[in-house]
Design a protein around this ligand. Sequence first.
Ligand code: ATP
Ligand code: MG
Length: 331
Amino acid sequence: PKRIFSGIQPTGAIHLGNYLGAISQWVKMQNNNEDIILSVVDLHSMTLPHDPKQLSRNILQMTATLLGCGIDPQKVVLFQQSTVLEHTQLCWCLSCICTMPRLAHLPQYKEKSKDLKDIPLGLFVYPVLQAADILAYKATHVPVGEDQVQQIQLAQDLARMFNSRFGETFPIPHTVITGAEFARLRSLRDPLKKMSKSDPDPKSRICMTDSPDEIVRNIKKAVTDFTSEVTYDQEKRPGVSNLISIHSFVTNKTVDEICSEAVNITTGQYKLMVADAVVSYLKPIQDKIEQYSSDPGYLKDILQDGRDKARNICANNLAEVEYKLGLRVKV
Ligand code: ATP
Ligand code: MG
């Protein structure tokens, strides 16, 4: 049976990349009545130095954001990763079959560790935890942005290795990626990088909770190039193409429609059009996020309920893993 798992780190306000690449996909799948499990993966957001107070605020804020974006906790299992201990238990089991060179190759590790003097072990092993997140539920499909492809490949490899050593246990999870132009939104400051929550420059992204003024300002300042026409070419014109992708998503127009409507305007004028479209698209979502944020009691209830459902699913799977590994002694 098809089962979908995905997660998002409570490292801060989500941006349009998270929304286009991941969350809007989740909402679509939910509305198709698929079996879907979503986790606010708090343990992953401790892999870089963090502020505890900020993290606990972010967990609730992320929950409010997901609900505001249309995630329905009646249809989806929505929970906080650290409240389901099976994740770390399975992580340990998988880390005993994963090798260090395999992890050292992963691009996200290279990128996030490059400016650090002392690299926390957690940053190195977190892809194993990510594999555990997925495999604990025997998930078959993992909808993510393009930046996660190699991480999911690790989960696939570990599932295969476990199956071949200890007997058929895990289905091999498939990666599900949205349309190419949304799978990797780019930084507004540097179109060669992806848009990221943890980028120190807030002008590099459009957050779902940004005010209209901030949105207009950041899009106006978005780095493009020296050509003033509005044309789409991901390779040669990544900056403008990124704006066209965003515009296309929020207006539901195709890239061709957009470019033909913009033949007579400059990229400067075009930026204002995009900003307007983004502001009006986000308004109703922002209102809902704010409503949910004002009710932390409700958010906690949702997460608790989600935790119980998540545990119900993965407890049996972990028992099976423990039997296969010889951890459960039969007398
Ligand atoms: P961080 O910088 O803290 O890693 P992030 O922006 O990469 O934050 P994550 O919580 O790591 O966000 O990822 C959540 C989901 O959003 C993942 O499925 C990821 O692939 C997707 N995603 C992240 N950035 C983008 C992007 N620029 N374009 C499309 N999807 C993205
Ligand atoms: Mg990330």
